[in-house]
Design a protein around this ligand. Structure first.
Ligand SMILES: NCc1[nH]cc(CCC(=O)O)c1CC(=O)O
Length: 315
């Protein structure tokens, strides 16, 4: 394995999609700005070769090949969309930085600038995420939901060419590739709760690469990390993966303590929905930022008490 001292350039691995390359370049630039030469390295993944829904090809397809390259020493750093990472830790690897998060909301991209409420019943909406489909069905708008995969450009193309009336994608992805202009509505989390860790990046390296762990730590944003820890703790406790009908969002909010002092607290909301939209279970909690992980687990326990287990297990 390459020792940090033998290394001239820090190799930062990524998938080949425009989104992956763009978000990796921001990390490469930040590492260079911190005074260390760095370059991107593109890794092919099984997910790139398949057009099947993620639920079929398996959780972690996008991230496994990149983690393998990290373990083997082919690359030194991996940049993942955090929401695509399985909740189980990968022994030997560490998330050294969670940089400041991009807008976590889901976004509607429709023709003629229509917002969701303006789409007539029977309109055809593309999304493959069971979480989005379930919450959308629960709104009872009579929309028809079609599976959707492929890169962002091809998804947007299906709206432009009339195959679909609208698609729902993560706003963060569009912002990163410079296409925020196509968003016709960014959903309030009350309407559509985003995936745990949506809009956040996970910057990962080998845990024994101590010097690099320290270098990357400079890119960490404490509030984003606490938020994402809480959201992912919900998912992990529910034993659900990135394709489960589970949404969660946390943010650091200011509130007053008993003595009237302003303190920062973590506000966490989560939803579990039946895929057919027949049931939606919501819960929320506010607590100390330092207890992010516990807050997530407590909220998941509450959701399970309310009957979430059956909804998560639905095949
Ligand atoms: N599941 C694919 C994926 N992984 C990360 C993003 C967008 C960027 C992000 O959430 O950080 C997307 C596309 C989407 O959900 O529309």
């Amino acid at each position: 394995m390459t020792k940090p001292t033998d290394r001239d350039v820090i190799r930062v691995g990524t998938r080949g999609s425009l989104l992956a390359r763009t978000q990796t370049q921001t990390i490469v630039d930040a590492i260079i700005a911190a005074g260390h030469p760095a370059e991107p390295v593109i890794i092919r993944t099984a997910g790139d070769d398949s057009a099947a829904p993620v639920a079929e090809i398996g959780i972690g397809v996008f991230t496994k090949a990149i983690r393998d390259a990290l373990h083997s020493g082919q690359i030194d750093v991996a940049v993942h969309s955090y929401k695509d990472l399985p909740t189980a830790p990968d022994p030997g690897l560490v998330i050294a930085a969670v940089p400041l998060r991009e807008d976590p909301r889901d976004a509607l991209v429709s023709r003629d600038g229509k917002v969701l409420g303006e789409l007539p019943p029977g309109s055809v909406i593309g999304t493959s995420a069971p979480r989005r489909a379930a919450q959308l069905r629960a709104l009872g708008l009579g929309l028809e939901i079609r599976p959707l995969r492929g890169n962002l450009d091809s998804r947007l193309g299906k709206v432009a060419d009339g195959e679909l009336d609208a698609v729902i994608v993560a706003r963060a992805g569009l912002v990163r590739i410079g296409r925020a202009d196509v968003v016709t509505e960014a959903f309030d989390p009350v309407v559509l709760l985003p995936a745990p860790a949506q809009g956040a990046l996970a910057v990962e390296c080998r845990s024994d690469d101590a010097e690099l762990v320290r270098t990357l730590a400079e890119l960490d944003d404490a509030s984003t990390r606490a938020s994402v820890d809480a959201e992912r703790a919900v998912l992990a406790t529910l034993e659900a993966g990135c394709t489960a009908p589970v949404g969660a969002i946390a943010e650091v909010v200011e509130s007053l303590d008993d003595d009237g002092h302003i303190i920062a607290e973590l506000s966490l909301r989560a939803v579990v929905a039946a895929e057919d939209g027949s049931d939606v279970i919501r819960a929320s909690v506010v607590g100390p930022v330092e207890r992010a992980d516990q807050l997530g687990r407590e909220l998941a326990a509450e959701l399970l008490e309310l009957g979430a287990g059956e909804l998560v297990d639905t095949p």
